[in-house]
Design a binder for this molecule. Structure first.
Ligand SMILES: Nc1ncnc2c1ncn2[C@@H]1O[C@H](COP(=O)(O)OP(=O)(O)OP(=O)(O)O)[C@@H](O)[C@H]1O
Length: 259
């Protein structure tokens, strides 16, 4: 019922996205639009196809059929680094940090998708002016996620909640316009979960982002998201504002049926 904008700009357009694994259809003919500036939730029971859909959208998994366009540019078929360079960045359900590197080094390396120097020089050194800029930006991002006082600590020392914050800093390092978060609350304690909604909104506002989020924690999704899409067995079974989705009999059945 409640549209986030009177005349929304479509940022992402998914059309008939499908992915088969052998006989299994993990994502089945899924189409939807995501509007500029919204926080768009993707929910569904275990195995519904949420992560596969994120993987299709970010170039990790090629689709069996269908397309994704980002501001009119076809994204499907591009490698993940090209998708990131276009302005779409993501975090992972299974945290993917360089555990043996410091928080600062993790964010610095992530920036090299954007700099001229590229990843190779991100690891083995860049020209000095560029390096100074990369370092400054890494500190800014760590400050934003509340980790600047621990910049020198190894990523492996951080709690789940702090590792997820560090992952978000890394995702922001590529200067995205669209941020995809795969289960940002997973492994967080209650107080970390409580802070996450405000944190994601703050990041969205500060960087003028559009945010897609996969999340199991239903209260978080209901508080956080402008619109929610529900997958079940690969099919998009409902989409709308959180309250109407929560009342939808197909959604209730999908969740209860899976217990
Ligand atoms: N690489 C793969 N090869 C074969 N099957 C796969 C592969 N990736 C996912 N699947 C299957 O596709 C279906 C959807 O999985 P997916 O991980 O996308 O679901 P999900 O909604 O993200 O689940 P969860 O909430 O448990 O993370 C599952 O049946 C899964 O086993």
């Amino acid at each position: 019922m409640t549209a986030p904008h009177p005349d929304p700009t479509v940022v992402l357009q998914a059309r008939n996205m499908t992915r088969r694994f052998g006989g299994l259809i993990a994502v089945n003919d899924v189409s939807f639009d995501v509007y500029e500036g919204e926080i768009f939730g993707l929910i569904g029971p275990n195995g519904a196809g949420k992560t596969t859909l994120f993987n299709l959208m970010t170039g990790l998994t090629p689709p069996s059929a269908g397309t994704l366009t980002y501001r009119g540019t076809t994204v499907t078929g591009l490698q993940p680094n090209r998708v990131a360079a276009l302005g779409m960045s993501r975090t992972f359900q299974n945290i993917r940090l360089f555990r043996g590197l410091s928080a600062l080094e993790n964010v610095k390396i992530a920036q090299h998708v954007r700099t001229r120097a590229g990843l190779w020089q991100g690891v083995f050194g860049t020209s000095r002016p560029e390096e100074a800029q990369v370092e400054r930006r890494a500190w800014e991002l760590l400050d934003l996620v509340g980790l600047s006082d621990r910049a020198g600590e190894l990523a492996s020392n951080f709690s789940y909640g702090d590792q997820r914050r560090l992952e978000i800093a890394r995702a922001l390092a590529t200067e995205p316009r669209v941020l995809l978060l795969d289960e940002p609350a997973a492994g967080m304690n209650t107080s970390e979960k409580g802070q996450l909604t405000a944190f994601i909104r703050e990041v969205r506002d500060r960087f003028d982002l559009t945010v897609l989020v996969i999340e199991h924690h239903v209260p978080l999704v209901m508080n956080l998201c402008d619109r929610v899409a529900v997958l079940n067995f690969g099919l998009l079974i409902a989409m709308g504002d959180p309250a109407s989705v929560q009342r939808d009999p197909k959604v209730i059945e999908a969740y209860l049926g899976g217990e």
